[in-house]
Design a protein around this ligand. Structure first.
Ligand code: GLY
Length: 263
């Protein structure tokens, strides 16, 4: 992969609060963008910016991630999160319990030999890196309110995607959606970073994020490739994406309501 560190670039960030969320959740997403933007403006990294944004959304009980993660069929809250960078690193955790901010655990896997950790293994890794065990309240709102995500570009040109979800209400223990699956729920390379939101099984079947990114190689702009991605789904399958490329601002597109904000 091309080494882009050292390139001077204009910082930018985009966040979403999940497909199916209404405008009442827009302020939480706006605040998350501001948190990441402050970091970028003071010369911080795209990684730190996306983590700050996603942590803020994980702490927002109205959104389906972290504290607001959906309660499973056995009453548990098992969370998924992933981070990918344009210089070829990936880290994800899935079905982790007792973890308020799973995105911070996923980020610690960047550059490690192991890419993805699940369940008790993920939680033991969190213990090892000093992340406290805390009960996560969770939410039993109906499925259809899905996932949070952020994509940022820093002044070195590095792009980072971070995504976190509580899955779907009532799903079985151990079920894994699209978020921790590379190429499905997120993708990042030297051209573009993309985060998906919607029904995880559908997004995984289509490997949407990497396939949208590949369209950019054919010379299409960000609006065109996101339109193509959304149009791969029938209208009764709620889906949305945010994307940010090597220049310009980010864009969000969905076939349903999806609060998103960018700077
Ligand atoms: N899109 C999140 C999930 O289905 O788990």
């Amino acid at each position: 992969m091309k080494d882009i560190v050292g390139t001077i670039s204009s910082p930018a960030i985009i966040c979403h609060g999940g497909a199916g969320h209404s405008a009442k959740d827009q302020p939480g997403v706006d605040a998350a963008v501001e948190a990441g933007w402050d970091i970028l403006q003071s010369g911080g990294t795209a990684l730190d910016a996306t983590l700050a944004s996603v942590v803020m959304m994980e702490n927002d009980p109205a959104l389906n991630a972290g504290t607001g993660g959906r309660i499973r069929s056995d009453g548990s809250v098992q969370l998924d999160a992933a981070v990918m960078t344009s210089n070829g690193q990936f880290g994800a955790i899935t079905c982790i319990q007792q973890t308020k901010n799973p995105i911070l655990v996923a980020a610690k896997l960047l550059g490690e030999n192991v890419n993805i950790l699940a369940g008790t293994g993920a939680r033991e890794f969190a213990d090892k890196i000093g992340v406290a065990r805390e009960d996560v309240v969770g939410s039993s709102k109906p499925t259809g309110n899905d996932t949070v995500g952020a994509v940022a570009r820093d002044e070195t040109g590095l792009i980072v995607v971070a995504s976190s979800t509580g899955g779907c209400t009532g799903m079985p223990v151990g079920r894994i959606g699209d978020v921790p699956l590379i190429g499905a729920g997120l993708w990042c390379d030297e051209r573009i970073g993309i985060a998906a939101t919607g029904i995880g099984e559908q997004i995984t079947l289509k490997m949407s994020s990497v396939r949208i990114a590949d369209r950019t190689a054919e010379g299409y702009d960000i609006e065109n490739v996101l339109n193509w991605g959304v149009n791969q789904y029938p209208s009764d399958v709620e889906v949305g994406f945010i994307a940010l490329a090597t220049e310009g601002v980010g864009l969000g597109l969905a076939n349903t309501k999806m609060p998103w904000s960018s700077k």
